[in-house]
Design a protein. Sequence first.
Length: 309
Amino acid sequence: MAKSNQGETSITLDSSSDDSSPPSWDPMPTSPITPANTPQCLTTSSPIDGLRAQAQQANDPTRSLHFVQRVKRDMLAIYHDPPPGIFVIQDEQDLTLIHALITGSFETPYEGGFFYFIVRCPPDYPIKPPKVKLMTTAGGTVRFNPNLYKCGKVCISILGTWPGPAWSPALTISSVLISIQSLLTEKPYHNEPGFERERYPGDSKRYNEIIQHETIRVAVCGMIDNDYGLTIPQPLVEAMNQSFLQFYEYYESTVKAKMHLTGNTMQDPFGEQRGVFNYKNLLTRLETIYNRLKPKDSSSSSSCSPESD
């Protein structure tokens, strides 16, 4: 079962920065899809406890009753009418710090993946948008989308990190998460500006093959096993474990169908060095995780056993 690892990953979402500039992220290496469009990821060594302390030390008119009530209303709206594939929980020590899990949608290369985000509502929320960081990056080594950087930056217009419609106080935490979920499309290659058409035939398919492999490797196996030492709240861990069992047949069939790619070099159309496909290893990992998570009474869940047809 995935664990709530106590080795916390460094996070700072600097609410004092200008809207047009990127938030302050970890000192993770970045690799551009197109060099001209790559923002600089700023460095920091502040852990999540430091983020909580930041919030508490900010001028505390900021923590006014109205401000906290607005965040609570946003969260209650999600609890009462949860968007499909989105799970949220407030931080135990700071109610304005939100942990969110977005699962990849059906019929996309992200299908069945678990994408973990940290959302922080700044002191002037909802006048200003929340700050968001993607944590599912294999320790800052995998870029899942033209709008989702290795350093965790999330590029959407309502966050002030991408051209387009700006933030409005009428928008909510749910609005932000749904907008992020909408990035996980059937053909994410075309999210990159100027790539509405393929530069070379087959580019979109090649990109999808990479994203599908990395989703299963990093956003499924890596998240369930917590390979990267993330501090994930237990309710989200349980949601991942339960969803893994529901998705298992899809994972297994996908990996088996792509087994012929094992050993081939990933050809990223944007020029990133991605390594090689290793579906043989992924199948072994999936089976190991399944056998660990499956109900002990195997007679009640034989339909998705790795040994089943």
